[in-house]
Design a protein around this ligand. Structure first.
Ligand code: GLN
Length: 313
């Protein structure tokens, strides 16, 4: 039931207990071999409200592979770098296809539908890489995420990156295909190297929720008082998270949860309650669309109990 002043401590501990008791946990991603080793019983939840208060529970301090959630941060960086010129390289419409689909690219002349499907995120990574070396670019992405999380301990899991590099044939196909249309500027292996490594950034729910807080606060991180992006840009990134952040499960996520959100195949979801809080949830088992199964259910419970859905209580 909706509450006027939600008791977030109680809500978080109840959701954690409910999710831990559930047997339907989805299936852990195996196409990146290193992710197949993650225990599906993990569950973590962290909420950071706009005043900086943290409400967290379960495995909220265990680092996990953020995977595609990193695409929110690379999109933010790329927009900072070249502004609206970014839309020459990538669109901003939902794809209705799986996150790693190649079919649309042929019809759309190598310009991916949006920055959150793999092809789009690879194109965004290529923009950030232009004029720089891969190592420098990766350092820049990592430092940006550390700055957002206000935590220099955020790191890249090299084993996960190497594991994806060994088996990332589909992403290599997407990148080569885009290169054939001139959408990718840099050597494909450089762009993919940076992409695999930023997907392999490891964070806890608490770090991730802090890193997303600027999107809940009109582009300003209230923990540091520093402006990250303009209010207009924060609003637009949120709009893309709502429409595209869960691939072909984006409509379902909007219907059930009602918040801008971005998922990753590591089982994490970052969700933004504008003006209220930033929320990170982690449960490694995925649904058919490759989004965290219990993560989505936990967020659905959270918006039901808090009335935080952007579509009304
Ligand atoms: N690194 C993963 C990939 O490229 C990210 C996909 C995801 O999290 N949905 O396949």
């Amino acid at each position: 039931m909706k509450q006027s002043a939600p008791d977030l401590d109680v809500i978080v501990s109840e959701i954690v207990a409910e999710m831990r008791a559930r047997k339907d946990r989805g299936t852990v991603a195996t196409y990146i071999p290193e992710l197949a080793n993650v225990d599906p019983d993990h569950f973590g939840l962290a909420i950071v409200d706009v005043a900086g208060n943290v409400f967290s529970g379960g495995d909220c301090t265990v680092p996990f592979s953020i995977q595609s959630i990193s695409k929110v941060f690379t999109l933010t960086l790329a927009l900072g770098r070249i502004g609206d010129r970014l839309w020459r390289y990538v669109g901003r419409e939902p794809s209705g296809n799986r996150f790693n689909s190649i079919v649309q690219l042929e019809h759309e002349l190598g310009v991916p539908r949006n920055p959150f499907i793999n092809a789009g995120a690879i194109a965004v990574t290529d923009v950030i890489l232009s004029g720089r070396q891969p190592r420098e670019t990766l350092g820049e992405i990592l430092r940006f995420v550390q700055f957002l999380a206000d935590d220099g301990a955020v790191s890249i899991d090299k084993d996960v990156a190497a594991s994806e590099k060994r088996t990332g044939f589909r992403n290599a196909a997407l990148a080569n295909y885009m290169k054939s249309f001139g959408v990718i500027e840099n050597p494909v292996d450089h762009t993919l190297g940076v992409y695999f490594h930023h997907c392999a950034i490891s964070m806890t729910c608490e770090q991730l929720a802090r890193a997303g807080l600027f999107l809940s606060c009109n582009g300003v991180n209230p923990l540091t008082g520093l402006s990250v992006v303009s209010a207009e840009r924060a609003r637009r990134i949120n709009a893309m998270m709502l429409t595209c952040g869960h691939y072909d499960g984006s409509g379902e996520f909007a219907y059930r949860v009602g918040l801008p959100g971005k998922s990753g195949v590591g089982g994490g979801i970052l969700a933004i309650a504008p003006g209220k809080a930033s929320i990170a949830v982690w449960s490694p088992g995925l649904d058919q669309a490759g989004n965290s199964h219990l993560g989505r259910i936990a967020l659905e419970e959270l918006t039901r109990r808090t009335g935080w859905s952007i579509f009304g209580a």
